[in-house]
Design a protein around this ligand. Structure first.
Ligand SMILES: Nc1ncnc2c1ncn2[C@@H]1O[C@H](COP(=O)(O)OP(=O)(O)OP(=O)(O)O)[C@@H](O)[C@H]1O
Length: 357
């Protein structure tokens, strides 16, 4: 995908200006409420006309003020999924799903509906009336309808913010799978950095109507979590849980880790705060913490008042496996001689994990 934009929109007391070139398939738009994320998205989709500038998608001009080009939304090949799925209330799920696809010339229909329906797990909903769907089901149908129209770009405007926490994290793996399998470029708009980390590789940061940064989502996570009070959040996929009574032995890739047993605990995504990880020079002789991983320091970086230490953790065979970031105070960096290439032991409790979904 190649998206080239330089647009300006003036409202009475607000100006939105964004100029960027994007080649990444999975990109986020991040910013606080009122920073202009939706305004930018509406200009892209053709729902709002910029006062100045141009929008080109894969070399095709969607908008150009000087050339007096402004394609209507249905000719842009840009699909939109809103916060609240705008499904047609008088149609069944099936008719909603195929609405856009039926309007496409046959030679442009390159998505297999049966496969998409399977990945989105909506096969049992096809004959239902849309008023009988839950929030998560509605969002999956809305996404399916948008994808079947075979857009060159999909805009998702806070698609998860209308869903409660648990449901949100259940739908994320499905979204990840859909975008990976069908390889559709997307712009994912959100004010949740956690969602963006799970869904995108690169992110555009909006502030007060201006595009202020374009960077890797992971890089943004490091700086924002580091300078914010909450600390950097490592995201870990844990599976193969083995019941040891009050603890669960799980796999993080090929590394075994211990997790406290909670009701209804099952494999999935967990977070581990970088400030909950202690670093030791040598393997501690005894500790109440259940997790002690041998690691190599890869890099350090400074946050406002802590130091982020990028670690490569080894599995039992000693091969470098997973990455982890610990945040420690500068004095500890000096005392432990934390430098790239040095070996340390990362220690954290079995209760330090938080389940995401
Ligand atoms: N049609 C309009 N007329 C006048 N002002 C508008 C219009 N649309 C948006 N704005 C203003 O533009 C600013 C940015 O709004 P926008 O909805 O783009 O922000 P946002 O980053 O998407 O916010 P949120 O996360 O709350 O959805 C706001 O101050 C809003 O009041």
């Amino acid at each position: 995908m190649l998206l080239e934009i330089d647009v300006t929109k003036n409202f009475q007391d607000f100006t939105c200006h964004a100029a960027f070139t994007l080649e990444t398939k999975q990109c986020g738009v991040f910013g606080p409420s009122g920073s202009g994320k939706s305004t930018l998205m509406h200009m892209l989709a053709g729902l709002l006309e910029p006062d100045k500038g141009f929008i080109r998608l894969n070399g095709r001009t969607l908008f150009d003020r000087e050339q007096k080009i402004s394609l209507p939304p249905d000719q842009r090949r840009v699909g939109v999924v809103f916060q609240h799925a705008h499904l047609f209330p008088h149609m069944s799920v099936q008719r909603n799903l195929f609405y856009g696809m039926n309007r496409l010339p046959k030679e442009e229909r390159h998505i297999d509906p049966a496969h998409l329906i399977e990945v989105l797990q909506i096969d049992k909903l096809l004959n239902r009336n849309v008023s009988k769907l839950s929030g998560g089901e509605r969002q999956r149908v809305a996404l399916g309808r948008t994808i079947l129209a075979c857009p060159q770009l999909i805009l998702l405007d806070e698609p998860l913010s209308g869903l409660d926490g648990m449901l949100k994290y259940q739908i994320i793996p499905q979204l990840q799978q859909v975008f990976a399998e069908f390889s559709i470029p997307m712009l994912f708009i959100s004010h949740s950095l956690q969602e963006l980390r799970m869904m995108t590789e690169e992110v555009l940061v909006m502030q007060k109507g201006q595009l202020v940064q374009q960077l890797a989502t992971e890089e943004l996570a490091r700086t924002s979590f580091g300078t914010g009070g909450q600390g950097y959040t490592n995201l870990l996929h844990l599976d193969e849980m083995e019941d040891l009574g009050k603890l669960l032995r799980c796999r993080w890739g090929s590394i075994p880790v211990m997790l406290v047993k909670a009701p209804d605990q099952r494999p999935g995504e967990f977070s581990l705060n970088g400030r909950d990880i202690l670093l030791f020079k040598k393997h501690p002789e005894a500790s109440s913490a259940r997790n002690m991983l041998s690691c190599t320091v890869r890099r350090t970086y400074e946050t406002d008042w802590l130091v982020g230490v990028e670690l490569e953790c080894q599995d039992s065979q000693g091969s470098q496996e997973q990455n982890l970031i610990a945040e420690i105070v500068p004095q500890s960096v000096e005392e432990l001689n934390i430098q790239p290439g040095n070996e340390v032991v990362a220690v954290f409790k079995a209760s330090a994990f938080r389940r995401l979904y």
